[in-house]
Design a protein around this ligand. Structure first.
Ligand code: DHB
Ligand code: MG
Length: 231
């Protein structure tokens, strides 16, 4: 069976890539450590799921705009976005990142070391809900910024945990919320889509939160992010 990819699903997809490449080459400039982290993404249990270069740069800028010192990430894989966060928080900042698979965590640690930021990142291996609960139980210092980018059916649980681990003013970003437009189908039988729709309903019902969501196209296909802020 021919694999369906953005390139054959959408006639405009080659142009999406060309525009991403144009902006990323002109404005972002991945260094060798980021390129190596991206390349090693192919050897993780979820190959090539890392954010695009221009998305990584946006995440880093959001961290800096928010003045965030402590970042929590659900879903490490090869640590590509983790490097952006670690650089954005600076030498005195801290990143905690949750990864289910030891195999991926090992790849990430290597990439973080190559990027010179391993000393400011904790890669925590295990189910992210358990790791988050341990942080909550230990009374961990609150986080200023949270990136939720792990198994999509758990989005509602990860948001609930993020709310236990943040204070008013915190920013939370949730990745992959559009999924080729599938998010608009209330009857979708895809648990990943339902994980997005449930977290959207939870956000809408929570008076502590304000949020918006954006569709994106580019090298990652057609997808999008939710950006939330704790009032
Ligand atoms: C998927 C997950 C991701 O985090 C991503 O960025 C792209 C795809 C997935 O579950 O298919
Ligand atoms: Mg993602």
């Amino acid at each position: 069976m021919t694999q369906t990819t953005p390139a054959n699903r959408y006639p405009a997809a080659p142009l999406w890539r060309a525009v991403d490449d144009y902006f990323s080459d002109a404005l972002v400039g991945e260094d060798a450590a980021l390129v190596a982290a991206r390349d090693s993404g192919a050897s993780t249990t979820m190959p090539n799921a890392e954010v695009a270069a221009n998305q990584g740069a946006l995440l880093g800028m959001l961290v800096q705009i928010a003045g965030a010192r402590r970042v929590l990430e659900f879903g490490t894989l090869a640590g590509y976005s983790t490097i952006w966060f670690a650089r954005a928080v600076g030498e005195t900042g801290r990143v905690v990142t949750f990864e289910l698979e030891e195999q991926n965590a090992a790849v990430a640690r290597e990439n973080l070391t190559r990027a010179g930021v391993a000393d400011r990142v904790d890669v925590v291996v295990g189910p992210a809900s358990d790791s988050a609960q341990q942080l909550i139980d230990s009374g961990a210092e609150p986080f200023d910024f949270v990136f939720i980018d792990a198994d999509k059916p758990s989005n509602p649980a990860y948001l609930a945990a993020a709310l236990e681990l943040t204070r008013p003013g915190a920013v939370i970003v949730i990745d992959n919320v559009v999924r080729d437009g599938a998010v608009a189908d209330p009857d979708s039988d895809d648990p990943r889509v339902q994980g997005v729709r449930q977290v959207v309903a939870d956000i809408a019902a929570d008076p502590r939160l304000e949020a918006t969501a954006l569709q994106t196209v580019g090298v990652k296909g057609w997808d999008g992010v939710i950006v939330l802020r704790r009032k």
